[in-house]
Write a protein that binds this ligand. Sequence first.
Ligand SMILES: Cc1cc2nc3c(=O)[nH]c(=O)nc-3n(C[C@H](O)[C@H](O)[C@H](O)COP(=O)(O)O)c2cc1C
Length: 243
Amino acid sequence: MNITVINGTEKHGITYQLKEIFLTAFRDNANITEYYLPKDCPGFCTGCTNCILKGETTCKDAEYIRKIEKSLLEADLIVMTTPTYVYHATGAMKALLDHFAYRWMPHRPAPEMFGKRAVIITQCLGAGAKSAAKDIKHSLSWWGISNIGVFTCAVMSDIVWENLPEKRRAQLSGKLKKLAQKFVKINYTKPAYTNLITKLKFSACRMMQQASHKNDPEYLDGKYWAEQGWLGKTRPWKQAHNQ
Ligand SMILES: Cc1cc2nc3c(=O)[nH]c(=O)nc-3n(C[C@H](O)[C@H](O)[C@H](O)COP(=O)(O)O)c2cc1C
């Protein structure tokens, strides 16, 4: 199986340790590709909207985005991690998510995403890890992913893993290993189940795309939906099952 990990920091701090514990259960049987931000996607979205209006290859950061996207599309499991910075995901993680706005369902979601599983790992010192996880989950769910595991942690004592009390480290490891077991057991030859909320979001976007495609058949998003067959009877969660 393939796992793609996007780390919202380059620091090998507590978030890194939590991610390493989670991945331990997969090490023997998975190809794991990791990206570290901001190194692997250093540019900010400048709001040029070229990705949406002219195509994703016209983005000034296309070289970075294409590479990460290819890896995400090839992954059976996507792992996203971030420490909490001022109650949210890191700016580097947000910058990456902004670059994938064109993959949100109201634009040009990738059909492969509807069959994927993802895990989000966030941590903070006192408060905000849930809010940071929500920042990431929001994007993943709008990319079309329904099956998302979330692990949030408030270390409450120190910002260095080795300085955390032994008991606390064991407790966190136990919880992460339990989550890892849940994801290790999955039969990844079968795509994930698409939930009702995702299907409803898709339906609403489909109505919007039907109208915009009728109004302007050259508009990129509408053309993409038509080419995918989504303005007809084809659905991305069925495409994911047929791949
Ligand atoms: C810029 C910045 C903002 C932070 N904001 C919060 C916060 O809102 N809530 C919190 O509990 N901890 C906050 N922290 C603490 C970090 O979440 C904490 O130190 C964490 O362990 C850092 O993760 P790392 O060890 O993986 O680098 C912040 C740290 C930094 C550097």
